[in-house]
Design a protein around this ligand. Structure first.
Ligand code: G1P
Length: 293
């Protein structure tokens, strides 16, 4: 079955990026000239997703507004003959893509956030994209999410994107166990277990979940039964651990780069990478940073 829907859990508080995120949604912080969330939506759309389900919070309305029509602004740009800007605004969401928002009233964890999208997703496989993480596939011909969807559509195995992290960081991630060695970049292999934020001495590997998932609809009944785990939150990782007992679940090894835009340094790194190749400001920016070396 085709994967046409994606869940983007955007209700999180963004405490790692305070004070910037006191009154601005962390997903609305800009990398060069677009909010982080727009890159993530573009990644999903490029992979063939046609329905974006934002799981959001009352304090984060600006995210929904960004993907809605701003009629006043468009009319004003039209009146002033600003055709290019108008096009930029209209192309934020292609005409055949829809954005739906559901609320996560209580901050009970990532697993709970995904469960909030159950009625909108229904009985279909779907993608989950964590909005803090930018996946940069500039140097590849396919995006990693598209590869994962293709893999799911071939064999119906859930696909979980992973990448190696230094041992001292495994306690910040979901960490997977595999039967044999890690899959090569762009390939998948069956997982035997997964554990959320293990202490380094208990981590089954150094392969961390990056924040992209292709999941079957059966995950919802498992999420509904999942008790709070690490950090006293309902963890998506714990429901995936249950799924592994019933269905094949693959770890997909990413080909691109990741930037953690929920952290200050990760965000700065993304800004450097995306600014240097930006068609409008790239060469000016390259000149500019020479002055700071
Ligand atoms: C979440 C997931 C974790 C994953 C991580 C990737 O954790 O629970 O399994 O490895 O995202 O960024 P969080 O960073 O929200 O604590």
């Amino acid at each position: 079955m085709q994967v046409k829907k994606a869940v983007l859990p955007v209700a999180g508080l963004g405490t790692r990026f305070l004070p910037a995120t006191k009154s601005i949604a962390k997903e609305m912080i800009t990398v060069v000239d677009k909010p982080v969330i727009q890159y993530v939506v573009e990644e999903a759309v490029a992979a063939g997703v046609r329905e974006i389900v934002l799981v959001t919070h009352s304090a984060k309305r600006s995210i929904e507004d960004h993907f809605d029509v701003n009629y006043e602004l468009e009319a004003e740009l039209e009146r002033r003959g600003k055709v290019k800007l108008l096009e930029t605004l209209k192309s934020i969401i292609p005409a055949d893509v829809c954005v739906v928002a559901v609320r996560q009233g209580k901050a009970l964890g990532l697993g709970h956030a995904v469960l909030c999208a159950r009625d909108v997703i229904g009985d279909e496989p779907f993608a989950v994209l964590l909005p803090d993480v930018l996946i940069d596939n500039e140097e590849q011909k396919n995006n990693d999410l598209a590869n994962m969807i293709q893999r799911y559509e071939e064999n119906n195995h859930a696909q979980i994107m992973v990448a190696p992290v230094p041992n001292e960081l495994v306690n910040q991630y979901g960490v997977v166990a595999l039967k044999a060695e890690a899959p090569k970049a762009g390939e998948s292999k069956a997982m035997t277990a997964v554990v959320e934020k293990p202490p380094v001495e208990k981590a089954p590997s150094n392969l961390a979940i990056v924040g992209r998932y292709i999941l079957p609809p059966e995950i919802f009944s498992m999420l509904a039964e999942t008790k709070p785990g690490a950090g006293d939150e309902i963890q998506l990782t714990d429901a995936i651990a249950t799924l592994i007992d019933q269905q094949a679940v693959d770890a997909y090894s990413m080909t691109g780069k990741t930037y953690d835009c929920g952290s200050k340094l990760g965000y700065l790194q993304a800004t450097l990478a995306y600014a240097l190749r930006h068609p409008e400001v790239g060469s000016g920016f390259a000149d500019l940073i020479k002055q700071y070396q």
